[in-house]
Design a protein around this ligand. Structure first.
Ligand code: NAP
Ligand code: GDD
Length: 334
């Protein structure tokens, strides 16, 4: 008889994969994680959390159905967290076809393998607030219509609907987490929050003279990744499977984020930040601001374990978590 639960995380080498693995290990799970074979190993996030020896690794690529099927068979999980994807929106315009393969079709490869191997396995799909795209509403919840603005978002839209279809058609426990942006010191350097914190540190150290960004007016609802992975787990522990938005319900411009980051080192951001059109996207998502009432009602309060007032204080400390943490870690490295 099985003593503890087993989870399979695809994309264990990514930001969310690493934090989710750490979280599930603390809960007593046996954790399997898929990684893709590359010429230079990419385990720095797992190493930085000190959990490298606690994970069972399986090599699998999103384009290779048999490798994904084998990962499910070998791990024999209770829960699958499907996080692997081409996650950078900007690159999806240069690589629309592989983005469709990795962020769209791969979801069905996972769902179909689960259906055939063991339809009792619970499935989490990493859906995204990018689905909302060209929004008209001031804030977005589970009922807000989708209007994708990138090949990435179009691929994720397909994954979203297929997950819902497997839930309704095959009665599988398959859910979409519609997650708004979440950041951390483990975020890839190409994403704007880490590009900014890294840029500020390099300027302060005299390694750069300025920081070139794209659209400074885009608004995002930025949360903290280690808190969001708990929400993923909660979505698989509900009585009935359903889709949920996870967000902080606050929005800020990229310029505001940069201003705050520079201000921590007493620097005037306007002297250093240049906006260059070459970083603009072919289509932009101008405003994302979540409305996470449904998750708050069902489980978000439990995550923060504090009641809504404390939770909101914790959330609004985004400046510290998203700027100071990564800034400090960069400054310490030099
Ligand atoms: P990330 O850091 O970019 O991690 C992506 C993971 O997918 C990495 O482990 C990557 O492997 C793996 N991967 C990419 N292509 C692959 C392929 N062909 N075969 C196998 N593995 C592949 O992304 P994240 O921030 O952790 O996000 C996790 C998921 O949530 C993604 O699906 C993302 O689209 C979605 N999401 C993220 C956010 C956010 O704000 N972070 C918000 C909403 C939704 P390598 O390490 O080898 O590249
Ligand atoms: N990356 C980047 N670099 N973005 C910039 C820059 C820049 O130099 N200058 C301005 N931006 C703007 C982008 O145009 C976008 O409006 C915003 O900053 C955030 O960009 P990213 O950090 O690249 O994230 P994203 O919002 O496009 O996508 C992230 O969040 C999604 C959820 O909403 C990714 O994690 C996606 O995988 C995720 O689904």
């Amino acid at each position: 008889m099985r003593q503890s639960k087993t989870a399979l995380i695809t994309g264990i080498t990514g930001q969310d994969g690493a934090y989710l693995a750490e979280f599930l290990l603390k809960k007593g799970y046996t954790v399997f994680g898929t990684y893709r074979r590359v010429s230079s190993p990419n385990f720095w996030r797992i190493l930085s959390l000190g959990i490298e020896d606690k994970i069972n690794y399986i090599s699998a690529d999103l384009i290779d159905t048999s490798s994904l099927t084998e990962a499910i068979k070998v791990s024999n999980p209770n829960e699958v967290y499907h996080l692997a994807a081409q996650s950078y929106v900007g690159s999806s315009f240069n690589q629309p076809i592989t983005s469709g393969e990795f962020s769209g079709l791969a979801v069905v490869r996972m769902l179909e393998s689960i259906r055939l191997i063991n339809p009792e396995i619970k499935f989490y799909q990493a859906s995204s607030s990018e689905l909302y795209g060209k929004v008209k509403n001031k804030s977005q919840n589970e009922s807000t219509p989708f209007f994708p603005q990138s090949p990435y978002a179009a691929a994720k839209l397909y994954g979203f609907w297929m997950t819902k279809m497997y839930r309704e058609g095959y009665k599988m426990y398959a859910v979409n987490g519609i997650l708004f942006n979440h950041e951390s010191p483990l975020r890839g350097l190409e994403f704007v929050t880490r590009k900014i914190s890294n840029g500020v540190a390099r300027i302060a150290l005299g390694l750069e003279n300025n920081l070139e960004l794209g659209n400074l007016n885009a608004k995002r609802d930025w949360g903290y990744a280690p808190e969001f992975v708990e929400g993923m787990w909660k979505m698989l522990q509900q009585k009935n499977p359903d889709d949920y938005v996870l967000s902080t319900d606050e929005t800020h411009t990229v310029g505001e984020f940069a201003q705050t980051a520079f201000s921590y080192l007493d620097l005037d951001w306007k002297k250093f930040v240049k906006s260059d059109k070459k970083f603009n996207r072919i289509l932009e998502v101008e405003l994302l601001k979540g409305n996470s009432k449904k998750a708050q009602k069902d489980f978000l309060r439990l995550i923060f374990n504090t009641g809504i007032e404390e939770a909101s204080k914790k959330i609004t400390s985004w400046r510290y978590k998203l700027i100071i943490d990564p800034l400090t870690s960069i400054l310490e490295t030099y």
